[in-house]
Design a protein around this ligand. Structure first.
Ligand code: G4P
Ligand code: NA
Ligand code: NA
Length: 193
């Protein structure tokens, strides 16, 4: 998506060979017009898949996921990293390990909003090692729902996530695919699919 690639080139900061800072339009400050365009792009791409719900992980996935859900005309489900202690039995749980952060957390989702009739599109801001996405997929499957695909804003193609999802036969649509951040230079992957 040219709009997102341009935004990345003009407004992001390469922190090191692995991390791109996008605080000005995704993580801390959010660009609503960009999110609207992103939502419409995902909705257009996935429109014929019979999607009944969009799901994301708090917090940075919420903005693009909400706009996608709006464009598809379906509800948004928010998966949480720190559940309240009340009514834990009403939640599906799974452990997610973050290599970027060197820590792990318990990802949860309410049992009430996922059923076997659901076909779920997962949206997230970054795809790095794919641990968050695969955790979200496990939670959807605990509810006996099916996965329509995964939509990502920024895929770091040099990390393992994309291959992990491909091997699991999950379709991934990434709006920007970064091949390398080496030497502070942002190189996008040549589009071959
Ligand atoms: P993985 O799910 O693909 O394995 O990714 P990982 O655990 O490594 O990512 C942990 C957190 O770091 C996630 O945010 C993810 O969005 C973020 N992240 C990963 N790579 C980058 C990067 O290059 N730049 C930026 N800005 N963030 C990155 P989170 O902890 O879930 O936080 P939130 O922002 O959603 O609240
Ligand atoms: Na995220
Ligand atoms: Na993030």
């Amino acid at each position: 998506m040219k709009l997102l690639e341009d935004k990345i080139l003009n407004e992001s900061v390469v922190l090191n060979d692995e991390i791109l800072k996008v605080d000005g339009f995704i993580n801390h400050q959010v660009d609503p017009k960009l999110m609207k365009e992103i939502g419409e792009e995902f909705a257009e791409y996935f429109k014929d898949r019979g999607i009944t719900k969009v799901a994301t992980i708090e917090s940075s996935g919420i903005s693009p996921a909400l706009m996608t859900a709006l464009a598809l005309g379906v509800p948004l489900i928010i998966m949480k990293k720190s559940p309240s202690n009340v009514m834990k039995t009403d939640l599906f749980h799974t452990e997610v390990v973050s290599f970027t952060k060197g820590s792990s957390y318990e990802l949860t989702v309410s049992k009430s909003h996922i059923s076997e009739n659901d076909h779920v599109l997962i949206i997230d801001d970054f795809l790095a090692n794919g641990e968050a996405s695969t955790g979200a997929i496990r939670l959807v499957r605990k509810g006996n729902a099916t996965i329509a695909g995964v939509g990502i804003l920024i895929e770091k193609s040099f990390q393992a996530g994309r291959n992990k999802l491909n091997e699991a036969m999950i379709e991934v649509y990434s709006l920007a695919r970064i091949e390398s951040l080496k030497g502070g230079i942002i190189q996008f992957k040549k589009q071959e699919n």
